[in-house]
Design a protein around this ligand. Structure first.
Ligand SMILES: *Cc1c(COP(=O)(O)O)cnc(C)c1O
Length: 400
């Protein structure tokens, strides 16, 4: 079967909830993927930063195979010999005392919301059912009904109401607006330290620090969604680390498995996470031994292979070179580490056009918000490969 045969099958039998590029990938290795027709591409999306460690990382693969030969799923009705070790290693790496494992990112965000509401009623003393959570314009936290309830993206919401109450949305990067929005019933604010899906939007310097101060002063939980920005993507373990900010609740996912498996987690200290009592929350697959073994190794790869440092160094190099390209199409290059967004001018004709040309030249990217190209290769990428990509990107962005 060739590319078009697979695409025809997918179009006929699959829901059309995505508009993928017409490339049918069969194999991946490190920063490269290969399609069914034998073409090679540099993966500059990394499955939205789930594959920070590179495709089919040999150590994570070995952990998966080994664990799958022992036991894969026990449910949390029983205990397993991997999850306690993942808990401990997460605590040692992140400094949060406790964790709660889930599967998808959206589920972990939902979990954090439940935790914040519980904290609001039990600790802060907000009257029952009156807790409010602040969210930010341009947010992306997943696709469940509750999460799209506070999306500011019409396409994510249109036709899916009625929505979950208890949320309000304020402008991103605006401390004064945040200060005005906090009421005695405010339980938490849910923030992406850099908005990935919105087009790699970096808030003004000091924003996260001022948010932290306002939250502490008003007894409001700061919840950071670092599902995309976390685990080294921005050149620090967490994007909040750039401002030395420690949120009360941290949500991680994506690269927590290196792309092998859906694994997510909520992190918090005992004073907050300890509020969950047996029976109040759960997931059949959450915390399963296969996922836990994979996550343990995926985290080890990030630290032992210096991926955070590499993301900082190569990311700066990549972004600087991109910014130097004398292109009449580019409005701005922004980001941190290897989370890089190239915003195109309205006259450029949209990001999709460039994504398709880049594909023909062996580079896979996905446009976001119509006119932003996101360059987020696996964090293992080296300078030579970045130069290879820059060569091609230069030619494409300097054509008329
Ligand atoms: C991808 C993403 C999610 C949702 O994760 P899923 O695994 O797709 O449910 C939530 N928040 C952020 C910031 C993300 O990038």
């Amino acid at each position: 079967m060739k590319t078009n045969d697979y695409i025809a099958l997918e179009d006929q039998y699959g829901a059309h909830n995505y508009l993928p590029l017409d490339v049918v990938i069969k194999r991946g290795e490190g920063v490269w993927v290969f399609d069914v027709d034998g073409n090679r591409y540099l993966d500059c999306l990394s499955a939205y930063s789930a594959v920070n460690q590179g495709h089919v990382h040999p150590k994570i693969l070995a952990a998966l195979v080994d664990q799958a030969q022992h036991i894969t799923l026990t449910s949390r009705a029983f205990r397993n010999d991997q999850l306690p070790l993942l808990y401990k290693e997460l605590a040692e790496l992140t400094g949060y005392e406790m964790a709660l494992p889930m599967n998808s990112g959206a589920e972990a965000v939902e979990t954090a919301i439940k935790l914040a509401r519980k904290w609001a009623y039990q600790i802060k003393g907000i009257p029952q059912n009156q807790a409010e959570i602040l969210t930010l314009e341009g947010n992306f936290h997943g696709r469940t009904i509750t999460i799209i309830s506070f999306s500011s993206e019409e396409a994510y919401r249109d036709g899916f109401g009625p929505f979950t109450p208890g949320f309000s949305t304020i402008p991103y990067g605006d401390v004064a607006a945040l200060s005005r929005a906090i009421t005695p019933n405010t339980a938490a604010i849910l923030v992406e330290p850099i908005q990935g899906e919105a087009g790699v939007i970096v808030p003004p310097p000091g924003y996260l620090q001022q948010m932290r101060e306002l939250c502490s002063k008003n007894n409001v939980l700061m919840i950071a969604d670092e599902i995309q920005t976390g685990l080294g993507r921005t050149g620090q373990l967490f994007a909040c680390d750039h401002e030395s900010v420690r949120p009360d609740v941290m949500v991680i996912g994506k690269a927590l498995s290196g792309g092998f498996y859906p694994i997510s987690a909520v992190l918090a200290d005992r004073s907050i996470m300890g509020l969950f009592q047996p029976g109040e929350h759960g997931s059949t697959f959450g915390g399963n031994p296969l996922g836990a073994a994979i996550a343990r190794t995926a985290l080890k790869v990030i630290t032992s292979e210096n991926l955070i440092q590499n993301s900082a160094e190569i990311g700066e190099y990549f972004a600087d070179r991109l910014a130097e390209i004398p292109s009449r199409h580019v409005k701005e290059v922004r980001g941190k580490g290897l989370l890089i967004g190239v915003e195109l001018k309205p006259s450029a004709g949209g990001g999709r056009r460039f994504a398709e040309i880049l594909q023909k030249n062996g580079i896979l990217v996905k446009e976001t918000h119509g006119n932003v190209l996101r360059f987020t290769p696996p964090l293992i990428i080296d300078r030579e490969t970045v130069d290879w990509a820059l060569d091609r990107i230069f030619h494409i962005l300097t054509k008329p």
